[in-house]
Design a protein around this ligand. Sequence first.
Ligand SMILES: Nc1ncnc2c1ncn2[C@@H]1O[C@H](COP(=O)(O)OP(=O)(O)O)[C@@H](O)[C@H]1O
Ligand SMILES: [Mg+2]
Length: 268
Amino acid sequence: MCRIIAIANQKGGVGKTTTTINLGVGLVRLGKRVLLVDADPQGHLTLGLGFPKNVERTLKTMLEAIIMDCPLSPETAILKHQEGVDLIPSNKLMAGLDITLFSVENRENILSNYLDSLKERYDYVLIDCMPSLGMLTVNALHAADSVIIPVQPQYYAADGLSELLKAIYVIRQRTNPKMDIEGILYTMDTPRFNNSKRNKEAIRKTYGSHIPIFKESIPRAEAIAETASEGVSIFFCNERCKGAVCYDSIAREVISHEKIQRNTADIL
Ligand SMILES: Nc1ncnc2c1ncn2[C@@H]1O[C@H](COP(=O)(O)OP(=O)(O)O)[C@@H](O)[C@H]1O
Ligand SMILES: [Mg+2]
C-alpha cells in the first residue's frame, strides 16, 4: 500500500528539501519504490537531484492538464534519478499555479487526483512543500496520509509551528480526516550545544504529549550541505558518515510507523 508523506513547514531553510532527498533515497536503499514530488516553485528538489531548471514537463504541466479536464498519461513528467528515486520536477514557472488553483472547483483535490493515478507504482510518495501555506501546500496536505515536520532546534524554532499545526488540524477536520503527523524531525542539529538542548526541551514540553518526535535527529554536517550542489544524496557521497546513518534511521523509523499503523488498523 502506498503512503503519501508531505514534508512541510512554512519556514524556509529548515531542511525540507534535504530531508525529501535523503529520506527518499534511504527508503529506496531499504527496498521501497519511491516517488518524490517537487511542490515548491523554487525547484530546489529538482536542482538538488541534479536536474536542470528549464525542465520541460513539470508538476504544473500535470496539474493544469487535470484542471483543463484533459489529463495526460500520469508518467508524463516523471524523471529517473541514478539513485533509484523517481521525481516529478518543478521550476519557477509553477509560481502562478497557486493562483490558478485558487479559482477552480475542488481546488484542494487536484494534486490528490493526480497522485491517485500513480499510487500503485510506489510504496512511498514524498512531497517537498513550499515555504508557505498556499494552495499548493493545502493540496499536498490534502493528498497526504501523514506529515513530517522538519524543525531546526534553534531559538524561534517553535515560532510558526503552531500555524502549521492549525492548518493541519483544519485540513484534517474539513477534507482529510485520515491524515497523521508522522513526527517532528530535528534537522541541522548541534546536539552538544545547550541552545539545541534547550530548544528541543521547549518543543517537547509544548508539543511532545500530542505530536510524535523522531527519536533520531539529523546533525548539522558540511557533507549534507554539499550534496545539494552535486545532485546526489548523502548516501552516494559516503554511506558510512553520520548524516547517512541518521537518514537511514529515519527511513527505518518511517517504515516502522507503517507497521504500527497497519497493526492499529487490524485491531480496529
Ligand atoms: N543537516 C544539515 N547540515 C548542514 N546543512 C544542511 C543540513 N540540512 C540542510 N542543510 C542546508 O541548509 C539549507 C536549507 O536546507 P533545505 O533542505 O533547502 O531547507 P528547506 O527546503 O526547508 O528550505 C541548504 O543549503 C541545505 O544544503
Ligand atoms: Mg526547500
